[in-house]
Design a protein around this ligand. Sequence first.
Ligand code: NAP
Ligand code: ZN
Ligand code: ZN
Length: 346
Amino acid sequence: MIPVKGYAAPKANILLEPFQFERREVGPHDVQIEILFCGVCHSDIHQVRDEWGGSIFPMVPGHEIVGKITKVGDHVTKFKVGDSAGVGCFVDSCRQCPSCLAGLEQYCDVGMIGTYNALDKEGKPTYGGYSNQIVVDEKYTLHISDKLPLSGVAPLLCAGITTYSPIMEWGMGKGHKVGVVGLGGLGHMAVKLAASKGAEVTVLSTSASKKADAERLGAKNFVVTKDAAQMAAAAGSLDFIINTISAQHEYNDYLQLLKLDGTMVLVGVPPEAPKVAAFNLIMKRRRLAGSLIGGIKETQEMLDYCAEHGIVSDVEVINIDYINEAYERMLKGDVRYRFVIDLASL
Ligand code: NAP
Ligand code: ZN
Ligand code: ZN
């Protein structure tokens, strides 16, 4: 077994603390990655606080992982020692169901195996990227270009793909008005990616202070959602909304902003189920949809697209012992726009 250092939450709602554990030896199809950076996703907070139920403790969160390959198994063909590599939200899946065969492993019929807070095929808990080493099957490992700073690439593994996938699925781009609700980790990537595809982006935010940033990131318009007059002026104006809000809020307030046939795609996962007024959908034939991260194939496509277009996340690099404070700041919307842990600080 491979000894690993990390940070874990011992139980729900208890601060994260240093934690030592072991990973499996490198199998024939595995790569071992020395983790250099790991992004901090709001899903880490939801799961550490057991807000979605079923959390497994102790929990080593982290699914925005980049690092260097230090060892490869005998049958590995895609990677060699020294390559930069990434790991996203899942490390395995059934590999046989229609979704897996279609490269949509995130929708695996049996259930994808999460990078953390899941059980692997042997029934052992998986541990994520708030740690210095990980062992993953090469099939679930991504190639990372050395053109871009690795700290800014790490958040692409979740925040990047989670927003890229609906942009591609719904064909958001030139000629479309796309609203991005919530300017945090996912939201700021949605702005960059939708703008890069030619869409006219409107950021809808509770934080008036983020206006200048929104424009710098590529948005044309900015709506302060607490301002009723600004919300009324935006009614019926958007083709799509990517909703990234992590906390309880009114879907109805945002559905009204869609045009005829407009679609709001939920990516944010508030712990409680909100209400939707049927008339808000019926009167303009609007659609409410959802989207979960992205498959390995599409994640690689997104990473290559970002390398080609020079797109990275705006990050605040932190030491791992700052993680509990970082969570508190994220809960206040105080992050510009992704915390990324430098694992050298472990
Ligand atoms: P984040 O960085 O904390 O950003 C969330 C943003 O939502 C905040 O910056 C804030 O933006 C806004 N917000 C927060 N509380 C709000 C409230 N009460 N009312 C209105 N707006 C509020 O979080 P993240 O990492 O981007 O994650 C966002 C959500 O996506 C989380 O629920 C996460 O679990 C989920 N997620 C889903 C997937 C998927 O596959 N579907 C993947 C990753 C994450 P403003 O300051 O601009 O208002
Ligand atoms: Zn995530
Ligand atoms: Zn499957």
